[in-house]
Design a protein around this ligand. Structure first.
Ligand SMILES: [Zn+2]
Length: 275
């Protein structure tokens, strides 16, 4: 089974803005051809013609139970009342987490503004995903995107599970330590490339992942994600296929961990015959 816990329905090329329906169709095609069972769509911190809101994504995917949603929150417009709308979606089982984008919006995860969001995550037992590492855009500020910042909130909120997105790349060692030390911190391996892996980079990254596991990060705390459409699902699966870790660990990373952490239902698989 394959669970991709980090995909987007955003359109990153502002010139042509395909409708959400067309993006969804592309996602479903990519999932089918790569035999991905379940996917978690992360919404953005901003809503633009190319970046649908959480509500739009929830509504567009109502009849597609193999697609789950993690709600991006906007630092500047956030107020606790927004969590009420989300609560409904969380109860339905559609929204399965929250996502923060510190490097793009210039705040630390420990900013007191997020206290209600962390309380919400604890109450509903859903994880908080945090973008870390490179910001793709020169306008991002990296000090906010450092994985060490997640240590602080993880310690102060032991009842909340956090996901360090993109293994903190390039601060992979720092990410490694934060995940190793804190039982409530996970990391996803998404977004390590734009498009496809080159051979050299693929080898380099496999070594990094292996090192992480050798260092002592539990495979239970590592999640498979691609960051599609930024990265190719096909190339990512190939990367994982040749990763020299025991099959049992790989199974956890590819699906089991995400199913447990996000509370996904494996019977919703797109691939498994039922649909
Ligand atoms: Zn992403």
């Amino acid at each position: 089974m394959i669970v991709d816990c980090h995909v987007h329905l955003n359109n990153y090329h502002e010139e042509e803005v395909p409708a959400l329906g067309a993006c969804l169709e592309r996602l479903n095609r990519a999932m089918r051809s790569n035999r991905v069972d379940l996917a978690v769509v992360l919404t953005s911190y901003k809503v633009t013609p190319g970046r649908p809101s959480t509500r739009e994504v929830v509504e567009a995917t109502r009849d597609q139970p193999h697609i789950y949603v993690v709600a991006g929150l906007d630092y500047y417009s956030f107020e606790p009342g927004q969590l009420r709308e989300l609560e409904e979606y969380v109860r339905e089982g559609k929204v399965r987490g929250l996502k923060l984008y510190p490097g793009y919006q210039f705040f630390y995860p420990s900013d007191p503004k997020w206290e209600p969001a962390y309380a919400f995550a604890a109450e509903h037992r859903i994880p908080v995903m945090i973008h870390t590492g490179d910001t793709y855009a020169q306008g991002g500020k990296l000090k906010y995107a450092h994985p060490l910042n997640v240590d602080e909130v993880a310690v102060d909120h032991p009842e909340v599970n956090f996901v360090i997105c993109h293994i903190g790349n390039p601060w992979i060692r720092d990410c490694m330590e934060v995940v190793y030390k804190n039982p409530n911190v996970y990391t996803d391996i998404s977004g390590l490339v734009l498009g496809e892996f080159t051979d050299r980079f693929e080898q380099y990254m496999r070594r990094q992942l292996q090192e992480m596991l050798i260092y002592g990060v539990e495979p239970e705390n590592v999640l498979y994600g691609s960051d599609w459409p930024i990265a190719s699902m096909e190339s990512y699966l190939e990367f994982m296929r040749d990763l020299p870790v025991p099959e049992r660990e790989k199974k956890r990373i590819m699906a089991e961990n995400a199913i447990e952490l996000f509370g996904l239902d494996r019977r919703n698989s797109l691939i498994d015959g039922r649909r």
